[in-house]
Ligand binder design. Sequence first.
Ligand code: NAP
Length: 313
Amino acid sequence: MVRAVVATAWGGAEVIEITDVPSRPPGLGEVVVAVRATAVSPFDVKRAGGLMNRAPSLLPLRLGNEMAGVISAAGPEAVSFEARPLAVGDAVLGHWLEGAQADELTVPANTLLHKPPQLSFHKAAALLGSGTTAFHALEAVGVGEGDRVLLHGASGAVGGMVAQLARSRGARVIGTASRSRHERLRAAGITPVAHGEGLAERVRALAPDGVTAAVDAAGTDEALTVSLELVPDSQRIVTMVNFSAAWAAGAKAIGPGEETERIRPAARSGLVRHAATGGLRVDVAMTFPLAEAASAYALQARGSAGGKILLLP
Ligand SMILES: NC(=O)c1ccc[n+]([C@@H]2O[C@H](COP(=O)([O-])OP(=O)(O)OC[C@H]3O[C@@H](n4cnc5c(N)ncnc54)[C@H](OP(=O)(O)O)[C@@H]3O)[C@@H](O)[C@H]2O)c1
């Protein structure tokens, strides 16, 4: 049997349980992965809360969509995302997976990438969801050399990636975070600024020449309002949370759709390479044993963990 995290009803941490589900052998082009680390993201909290789909037939709902682990069984013609054969013993990582919060997962091999030995299982499990979203956000508003980017949520899992990728493109990053995280941001080359009342004035003082683009990984009304006030071109503002308000204001939003399916997979291999060679830092805020999944969901729901939260089977 496989131990898997499920939501038994629509709700918060109180509906999160571990259940036993039958193990499934790999079919054609599939592999079984012994999961070493699996992430708990805001998306999982929203799914468990029924914000994506509340159909009763979905319950109990398997959760989790990214993980890293080792192949324990391989079906015929098991070939990775990079079109390389996968065999028992190979270390892999993947995202956009169904039910990844489990100690074992049977999935199509072509959803997985080979994990370089230099990248730990923890960092591998935390990399792709946040990294590909960050890459997409920067593509959406065309961040490049000389840009001054206002980043809302710079201390979060996605924000941490946005900041690094923006800086590697030659941009300056002014990032919002709770005050207790400002020193950490400064050490990462980000100009920190506290969110909350007076944000626009504080950013003006820190960037007297103005900001040229904004990325919202926080999702507050303040993030969008201040971005619209400070960025001259609203098409250079992107949110990953506040969709309808952004569209109504002429700003951009990135979420499910054709653009996401094109841009994010194309970013996977580069992110893995950069993280493995130390060119991209992956911040893991906290790890929990799989059995304590409910505590991990409670922490994620508070929205201020300071990086990725992992479950360890
Ligand atoms: N559209 C997509 O494709 C997509 C993909 C991935 C993620 N997302 C969404 O992007 C968001 C961020 O994800 P994440 O994984 O980075 O979450 P996270 O790690 O929990 O980060 C949350 C961030 O929000 C900040 N924050 C919390 N309360 C705030 C407030 N009142 N005002 C301003 N900032 C505040 C936090 O800063 P402090 O803790 O320092 O206060 C932190 O930087 C989530 O809503 C997630 O669902 C969307």
